[in-house]
Design a protein around this ligand. Structure first.
Ligand code: CUA
Length: 327
């Protein structure tokens, strides 16, 4: 313990070349700085408190002729303000700094470019990544400097996608979609780990992320070996037909019993109670499993719940998105 603490300190002191993994996302540097700040403050107080404890134990120990405790001052306002004020300022700095860094993580930082949207499935015990254009893979592929939006779900238990080089981690939770946005900055191949204990082979639930140097290299990979009908979009189209969605939801914008799905993705819908909702993965999930929860204004509460597994839900999301997005 002490040895690894010392090694950590020494490495941080030396500017940590090669000690931490490479910084391969736009937030990695800031995460390291917050970590370093908290680490050094903690180390400083650890040393100070332990040293004072030892000093006082030795100095005020019981010995012959000093059996009774000495009288001590009961109160010193200046001292109390000092040891309340300093920690208060320090934890306030930690709070503000780390919250700002966290907010930065929730945006695809550094660009207004449309993010690369990848649908991620965690299952015991592997990851699956569905990329735009239909390529599915056990590896995540992204492009350097292009923002990425991962939409995660899990088919069985909670998993957590963790890329140490990005300093980022997000849970994949059964029954809902979670999101992770980031901008990779450094081309290369980095490990993906599962960071939530999920059973026997949790520690072997490994994958990698390939950061392509440019879009061309990504496109070449995405086309390679692409089965025309193996894509998530194709599966979504099948599900849409098989579950009878077309009976009530047109593809061409015409009005039927339910809203048309043309240009549905990203659209702001007005609900019967007047609230606005943006059509995204989470809204889609809720509307399929609990159709009465958010009914669009002008339509009746007529839709029955649709039984779908996680993959079919993702496929429908990909298919609806492929039909065109709202501006
Ligand atoms: Cu999946 Cu741990």
């Amino acid at each position: 313990m002490i040895r690894s603490l010392l090694e950590t300190s020494a490495a941080l002191l030396a500017g940590a070349p090669g000690f931490f993994p490479a910084r391969a996302s736009s937030v990695a540097g800031e995460v390291d700085r917050v970590f370093g700040f908290i680490f050094w403050i903690s180390l400083f107080f650890l040393v100070l408190i332990v040293a004072l404890t030892i000093l006082f134990v030795v100095r005020y120990r019981r010995r012959p002729g000093r059996e009774e405790p000495e009288l001590t001052a009961s109160h010193d306002t200046r001292l109390e303000l000092l040891w309340t004020g300093i920690p208060l300022v320090l934890v306030a700095v930690m709070f503000v700094w780390s919250t700002r860094t966290w907010l930065e993580m929730t945006r695809a930082a550094g660009s207004d470019e449309k993010p690369l949207r990848v649908q991620v499935t965690g299952r015991r015990w592997s990851w699956w990544f569905d990329h735009p254009g239909g390529k599915g893979s056990e590896e995540l592929h992204v492009v350097a400097q292009r923002p990425v939006e991962l939409v995660l779900s899990a088919t069985d238990v909670i998993h957590s996608l963790y890329v140490p080089e990005f300093r980022l981690k997000q849970d994949a939770v059964p029954g809902r979609f979670t999101r992770m946005t980031f901008t990779p900055t450094l081309a290369g191949t980095y490990p993906i780990l599962c960071a939530e204990y999920c059973g026997t082979d949790h520690s072997r639930m490994l994958a990698s992320v390939v950061v392509h140097p440019d879009q061309r290299s990504f496109d070449a990979w995405a086309r390679e070996g692409l089965a025309p009908d193996g894509s998530l979009v194709a599966l979504g189209k099948q599900v849409f037909a098989k579950k009878g969605c077309l009976g009530c939801h047109s593809l061409d914008g015409s009005r039927r019993v339910g809203p048309s799905v043309k240009g549905l993705w990203g659209r702001e819908e007005k609900l019967v109670d007047g609230a606005l909702v943006r059509v995204d993965d989470e809204y889609l999930r809720e509307s399929l499993l609990k159709p009465g929860a958010k009914v669009v204004a002008g339509f009746g509460n007529l839709m029955p719940p649709v039984a779908l597994d996680e993959r079919e839900l993702q496929a429908l999301a990909a298919y609806l998105q492929s039909l065109g997005e709202a501006p």
